[in-house]
Ligand binder design. Structure first.
Ligand code: NAD
Length: 277
């Protein structure tokens, strides 16, 4: 169904190179809400031309540009923000979603190398820092509202419920996601003081069925044990479109009063996770 919640918005989405991922589901959602131009940035772009073609007939008003880049590369993120402003005169939304675990999800601390730990911090936490640094600057120059109105820029960082608790066998991943939640809080704080209208929030998914989660959930199609340790939680994995709905809310002016927050979309898992990590 087509909407207008993001009509005219210029967006950058990272980590949208897989048809089954949260990033691509979000690109579709932003297009369905009338986004003007979406830059899709990923290190793996093979699937993207076909995916973009599949959307073209449906959402004619949305231009989609594929950018092959590493999200932890300072120059790449700065250039992506500059390019969005040069080509459109504005940048409204940055969804920093690319991420992963360099050591997989089964490496205990005693077996994890410092390189692996740092590699994941770079992929997840540093990339979000760069997104905040360059997107805040671009947004506050091109979309100033003085913190009073219902527009302004929105930066959404993909963290995880693993950043709110722990992830057995993936301390690098869990630590990096905790850093992202702290980054969102700090960046929101600074932007509020600057009164530049830029909001920053951290999306915290629970278990979502994607290529990434295949590596720790296995590939069985029925996953009735997911969330079963959390009484009352939804007994299934989330689907990427459910995360995309939350991102769309955070990207739009409907969430103007929300900044610096972890936004948890996990079927209720984290309600119990503090007692039962
Ligand atoms: P996914 O594999 O579809 O998405 C990850 C994307 O990041 C891929 O397209 C990959 O090519 C890209 N990527 C990896 N390294 C990159 C780099 N250096 N530069 C640019 N792009 C890079 O999996 P997903 O589950 O949709 O993951 C999206 C985000 O959601 C990740 O940050 C992940 O940590 C987070 N997350 C996922 C789950 C889950 O259960 N699937 C749960 C919590 C958080």
């Amino acid at each position: 169904m087509k909407g207008t919640r993001l009509a005219g918005k210029v967006c950058i989405v990272t980590g949208a190179g897989s048809a089954r991922g949260i990033g691509w589901a979000t690109v579709k959602k932003l297009a369905s809400e009338g986004a003007r131009h979406i830059y899709v940035l990923d290190i793996a772009t093979d699937e993207l031309p076909g995916l973009v073609d599949s959307l073209r007939g449906e959402y004619l008003e949305t231009q989609i540009t594929i950018v092959r880049a590493d999200v932890s590369d300072d120059d790449a993120i700065r250039s992506a923000c500059d390019r969005a402003v040069q080509e459109n005169g504005q940048l409204d939304v940055f969804f920093a979603n690319a991420g992963g675990a360099k050591g997989g999800f089964n490496t205990f601390i005693k077996d994890m190398s410092a390189d692996t730990y740092l590699g994941t911090m770079k992929l997840n936490a540093l990339s979000c820092f760069l997104a905040v640094k360059y997107a805040s600057e671009a947004m506050s120059k091109t979309n100033p509202d003085g913190g009073k109105g219902a527009s302004g820029g929105s930066i959404i960082l993909t963290a995880s419920v693993a950043g709110l608790s722990s992830a057995q066998g993936a301390v690098d991943y869990s630590s990096s996601k905790a850093a992202i939640i702290s980054l969102a809080r700090n960046a929101a704080h600074e932007n509020l003081i600057l009164r530049n209208g830029v909001r920053v929030n951290a999306l915290c998914p629970g278990f979502v069925r994607t290529a990434l989660s295949d590596t720790f959930l296995g590939t069985a199609s029925e996953l009735s044990s997911v969330n079963s340790g959390a009484p009352g939680a939804v007994l299934r994995t989330g689907v990427p479109a459910e995360l995309a709905n939350a991102v769309c809310f955070l990207a739009s002016g409907k969430s103007y009063y929300v900044t610096g927050q972890p936004i948890i979309v996990d079927g209720g898992l984290s309600v119990f996770i503090a007692d039962n990590p």
